[in-house]
Design a protein around this ligand. Structure first.
Ligand code: GTP
Length: 202
């Protein structure tokens, strides 16, 4: 079994962004490539979890899978579940495709700062929680499936039910690194520090 598998979440609808965020570009590099590089720097393997219609847009050299039929398109928690179920590992480092300012420095700092033995370690800035940049223990897979079977799809609700450690973002990186880009305007105004924490089933 692998020690750490990276889960690159790229199966959302990107309604607010208007086109699939994974393929949006910043300085000529696709968002998903930033996330992939940040995960690959510290994980033995990276799996991209996306929608069937987007699979062919990723390079064939990457390990790209779709949400399991049972929970397809039900949000990030469902994506994390499928990746965990299909790629057994002791732990998983999760990163969404819309946080292009997270790099190897931040993924490695999160891995080092996480306490051993907790179910999930995630980041909290002064003004918001970042549940999707997080480290998940593989032993919670059954619990996660149970939750989805009960149609509980919210990441934050799941995190409250298991042992989640919230790290202050200052232990992992500069506040600016934790911006997620949900709307194209946030990218254009990158120096305005725009980001949006309002989400669907998170
Ligand atoms: N695999 C998978 N990933 C998802 C799913 N829903 C959202 N994500 C990913 O989770 C992260 C956060 O998603 P959001 O920004 O909340 O949702 P979104 O659908 O991408 O965007 P909006 O339609 O604007 O809400 C992104 O990396 C998404 O690609 C899903 O059903 N399956």
């Amino acid at each position: 079994m692998k020690e750490t598998v990276g889960i690159l979440l790229a199966g959302g609808l990107s309604r607010r962004f208007g086109s699939p965020k994974a393929f949006a570009e910043l300085d000529g590099k696709a968002f998903y490539e930033y996330a992939y590089d940040a995960l690959a720097a510290v994980c033995e393997h990276v799996v991209v979890i996306t929608r069937p219609e987007l699979k062919g847009r990723f390079p064939q050299t990457l390990d790209v899978i779709s949400d399991s039929q049972k929970f397809a398109g039900l949000g990030p928690l469902a994506g994390i579940y499928t990746a965990m179920a299909e790629r057994p590992a002791r732990q998983y480092l999760v990163l969404p495709c819309d946080m292009p300012f997270i790099g190897a420095a931040e993924t490695s700092a999160l891995m080092q700062a996480a306490s051993p033995g907790v179910d999930i370690t995630a980041i909290r800035t002064d003004d918001h929680d970042i549940p999707l940049f997080s480290l998940w223990n593989g032993r919670i897979l059954d619990r996660l499936e149970q939750e989805l079977d009960e149609e509980q799809l919210r990441v934050m609700v799941f995190m409250a039910k298991v042992e989640t450690e919230w790290l202050d973002s200052s232990a992992v990186g500069e506040t600016d690194a934790f911006r997620n880009i949900n709307k194209p305007g946030f990218l254009k105004g990158a120096d305005e520090h725009g980001s949006d924490t309002s989400t669907g089933p998170i």
